[in-house]
Ligand binder design. Structure first.
Ligand SMILES: Cc1cc2nc3c(=O)[nH]c(=O)nc-3n(C[C@H](O)[C@H](O)[C@H](O)COP(=O)(O)OP(=O)(O)OC[C@H]3O[C@@H](n4cnc5c(N)ncnc54)[C@H](O)[C@@H]3O)c2cc1C
Length: 259
């Protein structure tokens, strides 16, 4: 269990950020479900609950998700069910149980770049961006590629409404366990954007062109080539070799579905 010496109910994101950077043991609090699994000694826990950051909204071009939005709200949100073939809502619906999903937050998950995350993989298969209070707006792909987790506050997740056709799949050893592999694929203008996570490392993305799959009827060969470029590791859930095999199957099924 973690220890929090002081609790700050931030009055603005700016105040939260100023306190965050004052001490290396000051931390932003999301739903704190993940923090409670560890034994961190937190100097000041910065609570963003009063800043109206729990929202899912759209404008003409984007859907935006506030960092304090819970997975339960994401799972049940009509806007997210209607867009991107519902994969954002679908990506969280198998995570443990409703009670946990009613606590855990979107911002904490994405900011922390968890390798096992189902939500991140689904986002990465779309055109997704994040906004950091200091770091500004960057693509999720760029954010994940940077090894370090920055000392910053994720203030917004932005998904461009361009990729309408998408699918999301996971493989679990048992219900409510972490995925041993997850895969999100979207299709736009003859290209598939393929994201694979729980490798068990952070999700990665690759582009596969429809024309390369059609040529010489070489779909399986092309998918094998793309997946072989990715690294898969071994942990208690599965070996790297098994993960690679599962990845090839999930990518092929996803592409067939999108066709
Ligand atoms: C028992 C259990 C099982 C789980 N199983 C799965 C699973 O199968 N699949 C899956 O995808 N996920 C799973 N998760 C992870 C879960 O989905 C969340 O990703 C995780 O709990 C983090 O959300 P939180 O709100 O609890 O974060 P917290 O514990 O509050 O915070 C986690 C980290 O994020 C930082 N943080 C919080 N908010 C922000 C912000 N706005 N900006 C910057 N940093 C921030 C915190 O400082 C902390 O370092 C599981 C979690 C638990 C506890």
């Amino acid at each position: 269990m973690f220890i929090i010496k002081q609790h700050l109910m931030a009055k603005s994101i700016e105040e939260g950020y100023e306190v965050l950077i004052k001490n290396r043991n000051n931390m932003i609090l999301g739903g704190t479900a993940f923090l409670k699994l560890g034994n961190k000694n937190i100097n000041t826990g910065i609570d963003l609950s009063n800043l109206d950051l729990d929202y899912i909204k759209e404008d003409e071009n984007n859907i935006e998700i506030g960092p304090m939005t819970t997975f339960r709200n994401i799972e049940t949100n009509e806007l997210l069910k209607r867009n991107f073939d519902g994969i954002i809502a679908k990506s969280v619906e198998e995570i443990v149980g409703i009670q946990l999903r009613s606590i855990v937050t979107a911002g904490a998950t994405v900011a922390s770049k968890y390798g096992f995350s189902d939500f991140i993989t689904a986002l990465l298969s779309l055109d997704a961006y994040i906004e950091l209070y200091k770091g500004g707006i960057i693509s999720l792909e760029e954010y994940l590629a940077e090894e370090k987790v920055p000392k910053d506050i994720l203030v917004r997740i932005i998904i461009k409404k361009v990729r309408k056709k998408a699918t999301f799949k996971t493989m679990r050893n048992s219900k409510s366990d972490y995925a041993l592999l997850n895969c999100g694929v979207s299709k736009l203008n003859g290209e598939y954007r393929v994201a694979i996570g729980a490798r068990p490392g952070r999700a990665l993305v690759k582009i596969i062109k429809e024309k390369d799959l059609i040529e010489n009827n070489e779909m399986n060969k092309k998918i094998d080539e793309i997946v072989d470029e990715m690294k898969f590791g071994t942990n208690m859930r599965a070996s790297g070799e098994y993960r690679k095999m599962v990845a090839k199957v999930l990518v092929r099924r996803s592409i067939e579905e999108l066709r």
